[in-house]
Design a protein around this ligand. Structure first.
Ligand code: ZN
Length: 136
């Protein structure tokens, strides 16, 4: 049996668009492609989302600064830089710049290729001078 595109089983819903046509919601519309800097283009389901990139607190943060860094998100509607992890491939962290409203990926790069970024999987290091007062 040949089914038309409008009857395709992956189409979940339709909504009227502002222009008068119909916006078709489909399972494939929820997905997008990401380019791993090591492996190349893959489905987004190959990756783990690591969250938006936020500035790390400097020095020894207060409890409030640490909580803000760990738990508060900007949740921007637009272009933001994010951490992604290639869990079904090379298992490396990388940075992507993505429009959160359209899922358009503007670029992906290794953390070392983006100035000022570090690897989120690494341990937090404390400079030797800062740790002296905290040790028993
Ligand atoms: Zn990869």
């Amino acid at each position: 049996m040949d089914i038309g595109q409008d009857q395709h089983p992956s189409v979940r819903w339709t909504l009227p668009s502002p222009g008068g046509g119909l916006i078709r919601g489909a399972r494939e519309a929820m997905s997008f492609l990401l380019t791993c800097p090591n492996c190349g283009v893959r489905e987004v389901t190959d990756f783990g989302y690591g969250g938006e990139i936020l500035p790390r607190p400097k020095g020894k943060p207060s409890f409030r600064e640490l909580n803000t860094y760990n738990y508060f998100r900007v949740n921007k509607a637009g272009v933001q830089r994010e951490w992604w992890f290639h869990r079904s491939g090379c298992r490396a962290w990388f940075i992507a710049e993505r429009n959160t409203t359209t899922n358009e990926v503007l670029f992906t790069a290794r953390p070392s290729e983006v100035p000022g970024q570090s690897d989120p999987s690494g341990q937090v290091t404390v400079a030797a001078g800062e740790a002296d007062g905290d040790l028993p």
